[in-house]
Design a protein around this ligand. Structure first.
Ligand code: HEC
Length: 121
């Protein structure tokens, strides 16, 4: 009985794990993401994603340069957490109350299209 529970738990873990990996791989629709980016993110992160949008000069904490080696070395998951929950002590608030999960994946997809993941950094 105990063994069955252990096996069942392991199966559920594998299942959830693979669903998660699939979700990570799927990302979203970069074209929709671009529209969302232009509407909500461009004013800080800029047209080229280098953190030099029109509002950036008014901020004490500069927007992240998403093209930097530092940002590109971050995993999708790390960027997703930043977009969803925001970055503490910075003007980057979380977007989960303003964007749907799908829209967040779309915008992530756009970011990764413009500034692909680069683990070597
Ligand atoms: C008010 C200006 C502002 C807006 C609007 C804004 N951001 Fe940010 N963003 C920032 C700042 C500031 C940081 C934190 C920089 C730091 O950590 O030094 C940041 C950090 C991030 C990071 C983390 C980057 C990293 O390397 O850790 C991501 C990803 C990001 N923003 C995406 C977005 C997306 C997507 C949107 C639009 C939905 C958005 N931001 C809107 C200012 C902004």
């Amino acid at each position: 009985m105990k063994k069955t529970i252990v096996i069942m738990t392991a199966l559920v873990a594998v299942f959830l794990g693979s669903a998660w990996v699939a979700a990570q791989g799927e990302r979203g629709n970069a074209r929709n993401g671009q529209a969302i980016y232009e509407q909500h993110c461009l004013r800080c992160h800029g047209l080229t994603l280098e953190g030099n949008g029109p509002d950036s000069r008014y901020l004490i904490v500069a927007p992240a340069n998403l093209q930097s080696r530092r940002s590109r070395a971050k995993t999708d998951w790390e960027l997703l957490v930043a977009i969803t929950h925001g970055v503490i002590f910075s003007p980057m608030h979380g977007w989960r109350d303003r964007l749907t999960d799908e829209q967040i994946l779309d915008v992530l997809s756009y970011i990764r299209m413009m500034a692909p993941f680069d683990a070597v950094s």
